[in-house]
Design a protein around this ligand. Structure first.
Ligand SMILES: NC(=O)c1ccc[n+]([C@@H]2O[C@H](COP(=O)([O-])OP(=O)(O)OC[C@H]3O[C@@H](n4cnc5c(N)ncnc54)[C@H](OP(=O)(O)O)[C@@H]3O)[C@@H](O)[C@H]2O)c1
Length: 265
C-alpha cells in the first residue's frame, strides 16, 4: 500500500556486507544466508576460531576479528574494508550480550556488568557509526542495520541494562533514519523476539514464540529485500508487544507483574 521506507535490495550478488557479531547465533545465520545469495562478506566478532570455522563453510568471506568496544579496531577494520572493496554496501551489527541482574540484587558489584552491556550494545554501535558514516555519506548509498530487540519496546524486570540499551538503539535508529534517508542511506532496525542462540541457551525465564536462528535470519534477509525500516518477528508475538506500548502504564505494570511473577520467586 505504502512505498517501502528503504530501497528494496533486489540483487545480493557482489553486495559488500560487513557483519559484526557473526561468530554465532543470528549474525552467523544471516552471514550464511547472504553468502548463499552471492554477497561478499566480512565477518567480525571477538572469537577468531569461530569466525574462521564459519568462513570455511561459506564463500567469499573475509575474517576480521575485533572487539566492538575498541574504537581503534573498529575504525581500522572499516578503513581496511573500504580500501579492499572500494566501499561498503551494508553494515549489520549483531554484537550483543545478555548479562543482567535483578534490581533488587544491584550493588556496586553489579556495575561492571551494566557497563559492559552498554559498552557492547550501545557504545559499540556508536563506534561503528563513527567509523563508517563518513564513507557511506560520501558514496551516497549503502545501509546500516542493527539487531536491537523487542526488549527495548517496554520496561522489563531483570533486564536493567540490556533492555535500556535496546530502547536507546530503537530510538537512535529513528533519528538516524530521519537524517540519513535524505542523504541516500538506508537504516534498518531489527527487533527479534526470542531466538534460540547461545545467548538464550540455558535461560531461566520462559521464552514464548521461540524461533531458530535460521528462521530469524530468513526473516531479516526478507525484510532487507523488501526495504523495511523495522524488521520485527515473529509477528504474532511482536505485534502483541507493540500493543503493550500503547497501554496505560498502570495496566501494563499489572500485566507484566502477573506474567513475570515466577522470576521474582
Ligand atoms: N537470541 C535472542 O532471543 C535475541 C532476541 C532479541 C535480540 N537479540 C540480539 O541479537 C544479537 C545477536 O545475539 P544472538 O542471540 O545471536 O547471540 P550470540 O550467539 O551470543 O551472538 C552474539 C554475537 O555478538 C558478538 N559479540 C559479543 N560481544 C562482542 C564484542 N565485544 N565485540 C564484537 N562482537 C561481540 C559475539 O561474538 P564474540 O563472542 O565472538 O565476540 C556473537 O557473534 C544481539 O544483539 C542480541 O541482543 C537476540
Amino acid at each position: 500500500m505504502f512505498p517501502p521506507l528503504n530501497p528494496p535490495i533486489r540483487q545480493w550478488t557482489g553486495y559488500r556486507i560487513w557483519i559484526i557479531g557473526a561468530s554465532s547465533g543470528i549474525g552467523a545465520a544471516v552471514a550464511k544466508q547472504l553468502a548463499d545469495k552471492g554477497a561478499r562478506l566480512a565477518i567480525s566478532g571477538r572469537r577468531e576460531n569461530e569466525l574462521r570455522q564459519l568462513a570455511r563453510t561459506i564463500n567469499n568471506t573475509m575474517v576480521m576479528p575485533l572487539d566492538i568496544t575498541d574504537f581503534q579496531a573498529v575504525q581500522k577494520t572499516a578503513t581496511d574494508l573500504e580500501q579492499a572493496w572500494g566501499g561498503i554496501d551494508l553494515v549489520l551489527v549483531a554484537a550483543g550480550i545478555f548479562q543482567d541482574v535483578a534490581v533488587s540484587h544491584f550493588s556496586p558489584a553489579g556495575l561492571p556488568a551494566v557497563k559492559q552491556n552498554l559498552n557492547i550494545q550501545l557504545t559499540g554501535f556508536y563506534h561503528v557509526l563513527a567509523a563508517v558514516l563518513p564513507g557511506l555519506i560520501k558514496q551516497q548509498s549503502g545501509g546500516l542495520a542493527v539487531v536491537s530487540s523487542v526488549a527495548g519496546y517496554n520496561g522489563l524486570p531483570h533486564a536493567m541494562s540490556y533492555a535500556p540499551s535496546k530502547a536507546a538503539l530503537n530510538n537512535l535508529c529513528e533519528g538516524l533514519y530521519l537524517e540519513l534517508h535524505p542523504l541516500g542511506l538506508a537504516i534498518y532496525r531489527i527487533c527479534p523476539g526470542f531466538v534460540d542462540t547461545p545467548m538464550t541457551a540455558g535461560s531461566h525465564f520462559p521464552m514464548p514464540a521461540l524461533i531458530t536462528a535460521n528462521q530469524a535470519a530468513k526473516t531479516i534477509v526478507a525484510g532487507l529485500e523488501r526495504g523495511d525500516f523495522e524488521i520485527h518477528f515473529p509477528k504474532h508475538f511482536t505485534r502483541f508487544l507493540k500493543i503493550l506500548q500503547w497501554l496505560p502504564r498502570r495496566l501494563y505494570f499489572l500485566l507484566m507483574k502477573t506474567a513475570t511473577r515466577r522470576l521474582d520467586s
